[in-house]
Design a protein around this ligand. Structure first.
Ligand SMILES: Nc1nc2c(ncn2[C@@H]2O[C@H](COP(=O)(O)OP(=O)(O)OP(=O)(O)O)[C@@H](O)[C@H]2O)c(=O)[nH]1
Ligand SMILES: [Mg+2]
Length: 471
């Protein structure tokens, strides 16, 4: 039987994986989010919630747990031995340490596999095999690298023009001044030299790093490896930059600055981006898109619109559609998509509907593109690890909903009103300074983390939406 099947299956897919996927026993979940959006904390919490899922009080909306059909979940050896393992154990030790700390920003790709064992509810499956196993595969990676995916669609000229357009408006107009001044004085037809290429790419990298700083909080920063080099630190493949507004009449000698920059861009696409995409991004069947909307609120309209454009752009790189038998054989498509506003514990519970509505408006284009292809999509505000409690205060005789938690850098809990999440996207002039103050909190101190799930907001609903039809 296995031999017969192996003739059917494309050589890129191991037979066991093919069988698991065809018979709905494996799910590959794409956890998609820009840098600091909360991917690593989400993956850690998701694994922890599932491993402690028998404590059904933790996950009331995750039906296999709350209906008593979950038999348990366990970490398994991951399918790809050449990829580092996602260190759930280290992340949970940090989150639950004394004092608890957040995981460090991710610097490379890692992978984790979880086996979820359950009593089947499907009529046929119940009789053939009453207890089934679903394998859940997730990868983690630096959010910066996501921004590279759109490059696969762009020529060097198109990318350069795109960056040129971004830099024609504030705040990039000012922030990119030094880099633009340097490239504008170059004779692009002259012979390229290492010092020139290095200086141009360094100035461009410095510009990207300033854009990333807290006071600007810009998201659309390409190439991704320039702000998170990983194992490519110092490699010549990162020594190029866009050259916007170049006249088409420019003579393109093979060793000219222009030609060498273009060649490096193409090599970057082929050797870095394509490899990353093909190894990790082609065969998802479920997706959760994490967005830290509240971060954008703190910074203003430019940061918000940049984050919106970046996420919508990145989502064009995924394959959406209904999964059928043939898709299982020839590469899967995402058939369920969850948009999640993360860190929902930064706002009082009565503002969650506004946060969800806001995110929905922000990503309408992507939602439309996916649902057009028959994908089921939903929006949710969640907190992977709930760090605050709801609190109340009175102001001018009115009861006001607040939150109470320990801010990063402080030792004692404070109660505060962080500002009200607007129901609709405000006009640019309405993003006034100080209107929002969503601060970061320390993880909570937990007495019995190894005996129960982490405190969360709506992780159970996320699990139910993403996985319910697989059980
Ligand atoms: N209050 C709260 N803060 C969170 C939560 N999840 C993440 N954070 C905060 O967001 C920061 C970033 O979270 P990560 O999970 O490391 O983000 P990431 O998307 O993996 O970031 P990169 O690895 O840089 O791409 C954390 O250090 C926390 O400060 C949450 O559920 N609640
Ligand atoms: Mg991370």
């Amino acid at each position: 039987m296995k031999q017969w099947i192996s003739r059917l299956v494309p050589n890129t897919v191991p037979v066991n994986e093919f069988l698991n996927r065809t018979f709905d026993r494996q799910v590959k979940l794409a956890v998609t989010g820009l840098s600091r959006s909360g991917k690593s904390v989400f993956i850690t919490s998701l694994v922890h919630q599932l491993i402690h899922g028998l404590n059904s009080a933790q996950l009331p909306f995750f039906k296999i747990a709350s209906h008593g059909r979950l038999r348990g979940a366990k970490l398994m050896p991951q399918p790809d031995v050449h990829i580092p393992a996602f260190r759930y154990d280290e992340a949970i030790e940090q989150l639950c340490g004394e004092p608890p700390t957040w995981p460090q920003p991710t610097t490379g790709v890692s992978e984790i596999r979880l086996a979820i064992r359950y009593h089947s509810n499907r009529t046929l499956a119940k009789h053939i095999s009453p207890i089934n196993t679903l394998y859940l595969d997730i990868i983690d990676y630096p959010g910066e690298w996501l921004l590279d995916l759109p490059l696969l669609e762009w020529t060097y000229e198109q990318w350069s023009d795109h960056i040129g357009t971004l830099c024609s408006k504030e705040p990039r107009l000012t922030l990119s001044k030094d880099w633009r001044a340097f490239i504008n004085q170059l004779d692009l037809n002259s012979t390229a030299s290492d010092p020139i290429l290095r200086q141009a790419s360094q100035l461009y990298t410095d510009f990207l790093l300033v854009c990333k700083e807290k006071q600007h909080n810009l998201s659309l920063l390409q190439p991704g490896r320039f702000t998170m080099a990983g194992d490519l630190k110092g490699a010549p493949i990162l020594e190029f930059c866009p050259l916007p507004n170049v006249m088409t009449s420019i003579q393109k000698k093979e060793d000219s600055i222009y030609a060498v920059m273009k060649k490096r861009y193409e090599s970057y696409k082929t050797l870095v981006v394509k490899k990353f995409y093909q190894e990790h991004f082609v065969s998802f069947d479920r997706q959760i898109v994490l967005a830290d909307v509240l971060k954008a609120f703190n910074t203003g309209h430019a940061a918000f619109s940049d984050m919106r454009d970046a996420i919508n752009l990145v989502l064009k790189s995924f394959r959406y559609g209904k999964s059928g038998f043939l898709n299982s054989m020839f590469g899967l498509k995402i058939d369920k998509l969850l948009f999640a506003a993360t860190k929902a514990d930064h706002i009082p519970p009565n503002q969650l509907p506004n946060l969800e509505r806001f995110l929905q408006q922000m990503l309408t284009i992507s939602q439309n593109n996916a649902t057009f292809e028959g994908v089921q999509a939903e929006t949710l505000a969640l907190a992977s690890v709930k760090c605050t409690q709801a609190a109340y205060t009175t102001f001018q005789g009115q009861r006001i909903s607040c939150i109470k938690g320990v801010p990063i850098g402080q030792e004692q809990p404070v109660a505060l009103f962080p500002g009200e999440v607007p129901e609709n996207i405000p006009m640019p002039e309405e993003w006034v300074d100080g209107r929002f103050n969503f601060i970061e909190f320390k993880p909570p101190r937990l007495a019995n983390v190894h005996g129960g799930g982490l405190p969360h907001i709506r992780m159970d609903r996320a699990l139910e939406f993403l996985l319910n039809d697989k059980f």
